[in-house]
Design a protein around this ligand. Structure first.
Ligand code: ADP
Ligand code: MG
Length: 244
């Protein structure tokens, strides 16, 4: 479904990504892990069109998307959340989500018709689905860090993506909230049938949910395997997981 072929991205002298290649199958739930600064967010930025790669290509459903504008890639069906939530502060939570429903996915222009009422109903359903238990008419500044993460996820889902790139959506959540929030991602895959790449540092939660794990270290892919294979891979343990 998504093929990442020999992607490299450099910032000045920093090789943030070095010749990274892997493929994502439709319906897959893939974990992307690695130490801070290993290139995880940069890879999301390259896939979603925020940055152009220095070399390599990305294809999505057989079409080359690397080099396209971010809005085109979103319209094609790839949505991402930001590690630092980026809601629009001076509109309500509900309106933030509605923006995703209205402008996210390319609508079959002449025939497409999404009334505000339809966008609102869709947004309210998603807010409930993700467990964002706040007044939809409240403003982002009134939300806790955990709820801002949930809003970030709802905004991405509102664009009706085929692929969700989720960047550390669990940080800021307290211990009790973690499992519930992780299960939301599982339901996004199982019930909404959305393919997911998930970047997360909370290994205990990630390893239990994903089908496969790709590991980056200093911009290079050092492993690709099942959670079981990854957690016993000596190179991954040395670079990231540690002996525990
Ligand atoms: P991760 O998400 O795995 O923590 P990042 O992808 O954010 O890592 O960063 C990878 C490397 O690229 C780091 O060395 C980081 O400082 C650098 N980097 C990321 N984005 C930029 C940027 N816009 N300008 C310069 N350097 C960047
Ligand atoms: Mg990051």
């Amino acid at each position: 479904m998504l093929e990442i072929n020999n992607i490299s991205k450099q910032f000045g002298g920093v090789k943030a990504l070095h010749d990274v290649s892997f493929a994502l199958r439709e319906g897959e739930f893939l974990g992307l892990i690695g130490p801070n600064g290993s290139g995880k967010t940069t890879l999301f930025n390259v896939i979603s069109g925020m940055y152009k790669p220095n070399s390599g290509t990305i294809t999505f459903d057989g079409h080359t998307i690397s080099g396209l504008m971010a809005s085109k890639i979103c319209h094609a069906g790839i949505a991402r959340t930001f590690q630092i939530p980026k809601p629009i502060m001076d509109i309500s939570v509900l309106e933030n989500v509605m923006l995703g429903s209205i402008f996210g996915k390319e609508k079959n222009s002449a025939h497409y018709h999404c009334s505000l009422k339809e966008a609102q109903d869709a947004a309210l359903k998603l807010i409930e689905f993700v467990g964002l238990n706040v007044d939809p008419y409240s403003y982002p500044k009134e939300l806790t860090a955990g709820d801002l993460r949930r809003l970030e996820l709802v905004r991405a889902l509102a664009t009706q993506p085929k692929i969700l790139l989720a960047d550390e959506v669990l940080s800021g959540l307290n211990h009790e909230e973690l499992d519930d929030a992780a299960k939301v991602l599982q339901r996004v895959r199982d019930e909404m049938k959305i393919t997911i790449i998930w970047v997360e540092h909370i290994m205990g939660v990630l390893m239990n949910l994903v089908d496969r794990v790709v590991v980056l270290s200093y911009g290079k892919m050092i492993a690709d395997g099942t959670p079981q294979e990854i957690s016993t891979n000596q190179e991954v343990i040395d670079a990231y997981l540690g002996e525990d």
